[in-house]
Each structure stands twice: as C-alpha cells, then as structure tokens.
Design a protein around this ligand. Sequence first.
Ligand code: SF4
Length: 357
Amino acid sequence: MFSRSEMRDDDQTYLSSFLESARFFYFRGKGHLFRFLQNRVRWHLYPRLHILPGFPDHLDIEASSACNMRCPMCFTITEEYKRVTKLTVMPFELFTRIVDECVEQGAFSIRLSWRGEPTVNPRFVDMARYAKSRGIKEVSSLTNLLKLTPAMFEELVEIGMDWLTISFDGMGETYNQIRAPAKFEEAVAKIRAFHDIKVRKGSAKPVVKIQGVWPAIKENPQAFYDTFRGIVDQVAVNPLLDYLRKDTAIAYRKNFTCPVIWQRLAIGADGKVFLCVHDELSHHLVGDVNTDSIERIWNGPLLREAREIHLKHMGVERYTACAQCFLPRASVPVTAEVAGRMVTVHAMTNRSDTVGQ
Ligand code: SF4
C-alpha cells in the first residue's frame, strides 16, 4: 500500500545535461537493459509499496575499510571511526563466498566500496573480475583515484566492470588541499587517460561519474563541469554532509520513512553487517556473514524491526545512525547556473558550508 511517507534516495545533483545523464544511464545498463530498467523500477517503487525482496537487490561489499587519504570532511579521519572500525581489507575467500550467495539469490548489483578506499585492497581488480565472471549484472565502485592506475583501469574495461564513481573535490589548489597527496593536474590527466583507454578499446564501460562536494566547487561550478565534460559520462555534486558529527541544531523532515533498508545491504570488510550503508560508525550491528547467510540477516529480526520502526516514522528517535544520517534531514535548495541550465543542490538546513566543518 502507498504511504504518505516522505522518502528520498539521495541528494545528488547532476551538472550534466539531461541528454548526458540519459546517455550515462543507457550505457550503465547496456548489455542487460531490461534487467536494469526492472531493477530501477523495483529500487524506487518497492520501498514505497513496502514490498521487501527476499534478498537485497544491491549489496555494498567493502573491499577495504581503510583509506589512503585524509580528506578533512570524511568520517574515516575521526577518532570514533578508528575506534569502532576494524581497519582491514576483505579476504578474497570471504568476498567470493558473498558473491556466490548473491548469484544464487539473484542480486542485481554489487558495489566494491563502502567506507574505505577499495583500491587499498590488493585484490580489488580480481574482485571485480570474479563478480563479473559469476554473472553479477552491475558491478561498480567508488574510488578516490589515488591508487587506481591506467593499467588497472584497462583491466576493469576488459573485465566489463559497469560503473566507476570518482570522488573529486574542487579545482586546482582546492583539490590539492582536500585530496592531498593527490595533485589536481595529475588526477585530471589520469581521468583523461581512462577516457582514452575506453575510446581505444571501443568500450562504453565502465561508465565514469565524477562527484564532488558542493562547497569545494560552488565558486565556479562551470569550470568544474567544463574540466570533465567529454572525458567522463556524468558530473555530479553532493551537499556537504555532517560526517564529522558537528551539527547540533538538526531539523528533520516530517513523516520520514527510509527506503534504503528495503533496497540494499552493506557488508564491512571484516564481514560484519550494519543497519545500512549510512551506518558508517557501526552503531547497529545486524549480523555477520562469517557465521550467517546474507539471506537470513536480510530477513532477520533486527532488520525486520528497523523496517517496522521506519514505517511508524520513528527511525530518527530509535536509531543513532538515523538521527545522524543526512537522508531524514530537512534541506534548503541552493541554485546555480551551469551551461545555461539552473541546477539545484539540496543543502542540509543549519549545515556549515565549509569543508572540514
Ligand atoms: S541511517 Fe537510517 S535513515 Fe539513514 S539510510 Fe540508514 S536506515 Fe535510512
């Protein structure tokens, strides 16, 4: 039954044009377009209808919980993250066991990243290869680019990896400061090399999305867009989230029900499973794939209870992770002009606009 709940999946804003975005989605699903479209309908509709698939459609399987950067706005630099998280890489045997269950149960997509930087895991490319060889329709990953070489990217093209999102905050010195020790010019040259590899090999995949935090590019979003237009498939920005847990005057949306716990499951590098992909600080353990199946965890009492609580719009009261999460927060629209189009960024209310605050 439809509810009058407020739901939203994310707060990303595309700087790319409608046609560029349509092309991105077409190539993302290329090779399995029917399943892709079916998956998109399920993704958005099932939570609204309160239909729970017997197995998550998507899994975030954390190749590494450790990161090789120290970006000033990221939760991975906090003492709390280091205290509650086992900083490690996922053993390949555990990963293959997880993927095998995903294949048996018909999961549509996996992402090789969650909180840390996945390329820190020396088996990152092997993980993508295994997942694609086992028939997972969509294999994707986030990356900060630092360790990802053109040679590795070429392997990802050959494997048929579907989608890569590169975190890229700001231009020039702004990028150098936020993303140290990476350097802006070298990073752009690397992305251009990735594009050239795809052209040379005649492959549209992996589709590449660039995303950055809005405050890092807000002075000149046009320059950010122009830098990447033509060498990536999608350019996007995110509002600055409160990953450092600095906010006190938080305003929430009314009657919020979270769709995420109907859509996806996040598995840490050590096999622990938490409430959701936005429980970065491990507040609510709901299972462990070392000792249990994904299917039992997904349908188990802890996640069932979380869904019931969210249907009563009480997630923020009941769960620390939800109270700290950006999804239930009220937002204010901030508009800017890019390439003659107006784009709207959904900034959190009472949220600082300074990276690192
Ligand atoms: S932390 Fe709560 S509100 Fe945020 S995505 Fe997870 S379940 Fe949803």
